[in-house]
Ligand binder design. Structure first.
Ligand code: GDP
Ligand code: ZN
Length: 313
């Protein structure tokens, strides 16, 4: 029997079987774990698995080859990779400028990781009903412009005032989409707004910290008949490690830098202090957004210091 993993809780997996239109629970064949040493979780939401029925239990004995997947640094081990989800058509990154404020650094870490794993990203800036101050408006404008110019799909939405929802529906139609973003940005509210039958639990924002509280702990797949779409909702992701990327590789995942391939004096230019660096030239002329360049530098520093700590071990 074959099915798709929709949830994992420790050693048990919830599997949706298309052929019987039923959800079952299954566990992994005992000898399986050793085979998968690259990741902290042997099976991820989105995996297509093959099961056999043994002594009253469904046992997963095979994972179909993953079309793609996206990883993050394991919450437990800094240097281990955890697969968030597999077999994705795209990833939607939901962000907000207020309540809570998503940093552009977080956005670029996500974008970089998705570029590295070849997963198209749609940037969804939610809660636009809240951005009345000149400062918030300026950030909204800057993000919309910068990422659109880089070729990303960007939409501004409000689950509260039903803004941008048709556009969102169009983007999700017929696809399997990873829904990511900090807790409290409105992932569940947006999904409920476009398909109320999903009836997802929404977070109550704590007044003291104005940060969303965790209500989900595991990634989970939802199906929307109405939209003909699958979503994978992820627990509020706090950070995105980019440890799977080499320092010389990073510049290829910043599209405005990748576009300047071979324009610097040195082929291995990291765009930090080298002479005749085209990227720094464009940055000095404000042709590369300052926040993007700064995020590049920060991510690069992280990669370099992670490699250092690796080598010292
Ligand atoms: P999630 O953790 O990303 O799933 O976020 P939720 O959907 O649970 O939303 C967190 C909080 O933000 C809830 O109190 C929502 O009512 C609120 N919220 C969601 N979308 C919007 C929006 O577009 N505008 C405003 N003002 N609040 C929103
Ligand atoms: Zn350069």
């Amino acid at each position: 029997m074959e099915g798709v993993v929709i949830r994992s809780t420790g050693s048990w997996y919830n599997i949706w079987c298309q052929s019987t239109e039923a959800e079952i629970t299954a566990r992994l064949k005992g000898s399986f774990r050793q085979d998968e040493s690259k990741f902290t979780n042997p099976i991820a939401v989105g995996d297509i698995v093959v099961m056999t029925y043994e002594n009253g239990d469904y046992i997963i004995d095979q994972i179909k080859e993953r079309r793609n997947y996206i990883v993050r640094q394991s919450p437990k081990h800094r240097l281990a990779k955890h697969i968030i989800a597999s077999n994705l058509d795209q990833a939607a990154l939901i962000v907000s400028i207020q309540k809570p404020r998503t940093s552009s650094g977080f956005i670029d870490r996500f974008m970089t990781t998705a570029e590295a794993y070849n997963i198209p990203v749609v940037l969804i800036i939610n809660k636009v009903d809240l951005y009345k101050s000149p400062k918030d408006k300026a950030i909204l404008e800057e993000w919309m412009q910068t990422y659109t110019n880089l070729g990303y799909k960007v939409i501004a939405t409000s689950a509260e005032e039903k803004i941008g929802l048709d556009e969102l529906k169009n983007i999700l139609d017929g696809k399997q989409t990873l829904f990511s973003g900090h807790s409290g940005v409105g992932k569940s509210s947006l999904l409920n707004a476009i398909d109320p039958s999903l009836n997802l639990r929404t977070n109550v924002i704590s007044k003291v910290h104005e940060k969303g509280m965790h209500t989900t702990t595991y990634a989970e797949m939802f199906f929307s008949k109405e939209l003909n779409a699958n979503f994978i909702d992820t627990p509020g992701i706090k950070e995105f490690g980019v440890l799977a990327i080499e320092k010389h590789e990073l510049k290829y995942y910043f599209r405005e830098m990748a576009a300047q391939l071979n324009q610097c004096k040195f082929d291995d230019c990291l765009h930090i202090n080298e002479p005749q660096c085209k990227v720094m030239e464009l940055w000095n002329e404000d042709k590369i957004a300052d926040f993007r360049y700064q995020n590049y530098r920060n991510i690069l520093d992280d990669i370099i210091s992670q490699n250092d700590s690796w080598e010292r071990k």
